[in-house]
Each structure stands twice: as C-alpha cells, then as structure tokens.
Design a protein around this ligand. Structure first.
Ligand code: AMP
Ligand code: MG
Length: 326
C-alpha cells in the first residue's frame, strides 16, 4: 500500500517541509530561506527564522497536497550535519508534529538524503558530487557505509562563492549572481587546489578578490572562479568514480543549480562513458522532499525508528549511518 512520508529540513539557511509517496511521487515541496541582512549566516538568527516559518510551511505543504496529518506514515527530519540551533529547531518542530499526531519519527542524514534523491532520477548506486553552501563532498556507498571520498579542507564552495560575491558588492546568495555575470572573456590564472581527493577554496577566493582589485573585470574574474572551482570538483568526482568503479554520477546541493557546473559534469561523464543524473533545481537545493524520501527508504528497510530519533548530534557523520536499506 502506498505510504506518505513528511520530511523536515533545517540544517542551515533553509527551512523546508516536503511530502512524498513511497512510489516517489512528490506531493509538496515548500521552502523558506533565511537571508542575512549582512555578512554570513548567523546560526541563531537562522534558527529564529526557521521557528517562525516552520508552522506555515507545514500548513502550506498540507494545503498544496490536499492531505491531512492523518495521511502521514512517518515524519523524517534532517538530524545533521548542520548548525546546532537550526538542527534543534527543525527537530523540535518535527517531534512536536509527530508526537501530537501519533506518527513515528526518524532523524536522517542530510548528505545521504542529497544522494538518495538521485535514485528518483534513475540512478542506482551513484557517486554524489555534493556542492552546497557549507558542504563540499564526494560521497558514495562502499563496503556497507556511505563513504566521504573527498571534501573541502576549508570552506564550502557555495560559501566561498557567496563570500567573493559579497566582497564584490553583490548580495546574497552570490552563486547565482556570479553565474549570470560569468561571461569572461579572460580565463585568469587562479589557485587550483586539489590535494589527493580533497579540495580547498579559500585561497582561490582571496586570489579572485585581488584580481578584481587589480582591475580585471568582474565578468572575467567570475568566469575564472567558476571554471577553476568546478574543474576541481569534477576532477575529484572523476577520481572517485575511477576508484569505486561506479558508473553513475549525481549532482546535489545549491551550487548544482549552476548550468556551467552541470555542463562540465555532463562532459566528464560522457567522456568516461557513464551516466550523469542532474536533479531538478528544487531537489538540488536543501529541501524537505529528499529528507522524506530517505526517511521512507530507511523505514521500508525496517530501520529501528523508535530508538534512533532521540539525539540531535551536530557531528552526525555520514559514514556512521547504519545502512540497512541497500
Ligand atoms: P544549499 O546550501 O545547498 O542550500 O545551497 C546554497 C548555496 O548554493 C549558496 O551558497 C548559493 O550561492 C549556491 N548557489 C545557488 N544557486 C547557484 C548557482 N546557480 N550557481 C552557483 N551557486 C549557486
Ligand atoms: Mg544541503
């Protein structure tokens, strides 16, 4: 029988509620994004935003789907990794909703959710290139766990783009604004920092700012930042594909909305003779649907729902997830 799962996302900027059926039909995908007035994300302000918005997001999700809480078989929430105050707010909302409607509750891993939503696109056992604000990782399932094959050694790629854009006088979020302006024509020499399977972005962004200060056009600097940062990400993904022998790549995270990144990942995949799955933009950014979908997968694999829901662990590690659904 078809089941409906509700997912709550609140790990960073985004508060979101999604509803999905066990067949993968998306019934609702509602989000609200905290935008700082200045500077980067302030965890407590973001948490306040989420606690203000979440009741309306629940309401809107039920209105959009024409469902009632009684239709829901499981409430899943993003248990980590993320910002402590934000995680706590989402967990509290999910718990209050689940307990008051007598629905089982399950905390799930946010990064794994970005990977598993790729299954809806047709992937079976992919490598995930996960490029978001705070997270930059290459993740794949191997030997019973989701393994982080490579990751940033300093800032997340999205936070790097946002910081450079902010210093260049553009508002938040910077990634999409830079994409619009990244026309070139000059490809400038910027630090290309791939260290084994890991990446670093802060030197790249600092160097980009000094290029801008020395008179290069924003169009050329933005273009060069994209070309360099995305080539680094594609290189590490390709090495993870080679290492694992997998033949599917999935893109995830807000930066995966970028058309040039999508194009580069497609070209690399074609050249390797593998498939590249690019979820629609509303499923690349942080969303409640992916949380609900992973919750369903775990529930359907008899994951012990009642025992695992009671801790909000900021350090919730991807490779510590007990994988019972594969
Ligand atoms: P997330 O943390 O996954 O919700 O993604 C948010 C990040 O994605 C922010 O750092 C945005 O600047 C970035 N982002 C969103 N759209 C784009 C885009 N089209 N190109 C590059 N970065 C983007
Ligand atoms: Mg994310």
């Amino acid at each position: 029988m078809s089941k409906i799962v509700l997912g709550v996302e609140s790990t960073a900027h985004t508060a979101a509620v999604g509803l999905i059926t066990s067949e993968g039909k998306i019934l609702s995908n509602i989000r609200a994004v905290y935008i700082p007035e200045e500077g980067g994300i302030h965890p407590r302000e973001a948490a306040n935003h989420h606690s203000e918005k979440l009741p309306f997001l629940f309401k809107a999700a039920f209105e959009e789907s024409n469902l009632t809480p009684q239709d829901v078989s499981l409430v899943a929430y993003a248990r980590g990794p993320g910002l402590g105050p934000c995680l706590r707010t989402g967990a509290t909302a999910a718990r209050a909703f689940a307990y008051s409607n007598d629905i089982p509750l399950l905390g799930v891993n946010h990064c794994v959710a970005h990977l598993e939503i790729g299954i809806l696109e047709g992937a079976t056992d992919p490598v995930l290139l996960y490029l978001s604000g705070g997270n930059t990782q290459v993740i794949a399932y191997a030997a019973g766990r989701f393994r982080v094959f490579g990751e940033t050694l300093d800032i997340g790629i999205g936070n790097g783009l946002d910081k450079f854009a902010r210093e260049a006088g553009m508002g938040f979020p910077g990634g999409p604004k830079l994409e619009k302006i990244a026309k070139g024509p000059e490809l400038l020499d910027l630090p290309y920092s791939v260290k084994g399977m890991d990446l670093a972005f802060s030197g790249l962004m600092t160097s980009a700012k000094s290029k801008l200060d020395s008179g290069y056009s924003l169009a050329s600097v933005a273009y060069s930042v994209q070309e360099t940062a995305f080539a680094m990400a594609c290189e590490v993904s390709e090495r993870a594909l080679a290492h694992t022998g997998k033949n599917e790549l999935v893109l995830g995270g807000g930066v995966a909305c970028n058309s040039r990144l999508r194009e580069m990942a497609m070209i690399m995949s074609q050249e390797r003779g593998i498939k590249c799955f690019v979820p629609e933009r509303a499923l690349c950014v942080d969303n409640g649907v992916m949380i609900a979908w992973l919750g369903y997968k775990m529930m359907s694999a008899d994951y012990n729902v009642s025992e695992k829901d009671n801790i909000v662990d900021q350090k919730y590690r991807t490779d510590m997830v007990e994988v019972t659904w594969r």
